[in-house]
Structures are given as C-alpha cells and as structure tokens.
Design a protein. Structure first.
Length: 90
C-alpha cells in the first residue's frame, strides 16, 4: 500500500507541473520533469504490484526485503525533486 501511495504522490507532482506548464510558459525542463515523474510513478506502481505478489506467496521467500527498490526509488525521487525545483525556478 505504501508503494501505491508513493506512486500517486509522484503522479500528482507530475500533474501539477503539467498544469503549471499549460498555464505558463512551456519550458523544456518542465516537460522533462513531467516525463520523469510519469516514468517514476509507473515504476513505483509496478514495484508495488511485484511486492504484493511476493508477499502473497506461501511459504514466504527467504529474502523479502526490497532494499534495492527502496534505494532506487529514494534516489529517483530526490532527482525528481531537484529537476522539479530547477524547472520551477528557470
């Protein structure tokens, strides 16, 4: 469920950037930020679907910790924050 909330939050970020671009000047960096947000939202949602499948298995697999996915998502969201900030200040 946390993965779904994260993907919705990232998608909302992209939607807000897109709305701002529609009502303002179209900047290439804003389009990049919207694209990154959409891709990250999809990736986060797919990770969540995969996690639900893994946790539904019986017996549980020996390793169920999503360390790589958590680190990758954290770094990607930090990059999205940086790109979004730059697109809003330019």
């Amino acid at each position: 469920m946390a993965w779904t909330r994260t993907s919705l939050a990232v998608l909302a970020n992209g939607a807000l950037l897109l709305l701002r671009e529609i009502h303002g000047d179209a900047g290439a960096l804003q389009l990049v930020a919207v694209g990154v947000a959409a891709a990250l939202a999809l990736a986060t949602f797919l990770i969540g679907v995969n996690r639900q499948r893994v946790l539904a298995r019986r017996p549980l697999p020996p390793r169920i910790s999503p360390r790589r996915e958590v680190y990758l998502t954290g770094v990607s969201i930090a990059a999205l924050i940086l790109i979004s900030t730059l697109s809003l200040t330019v």
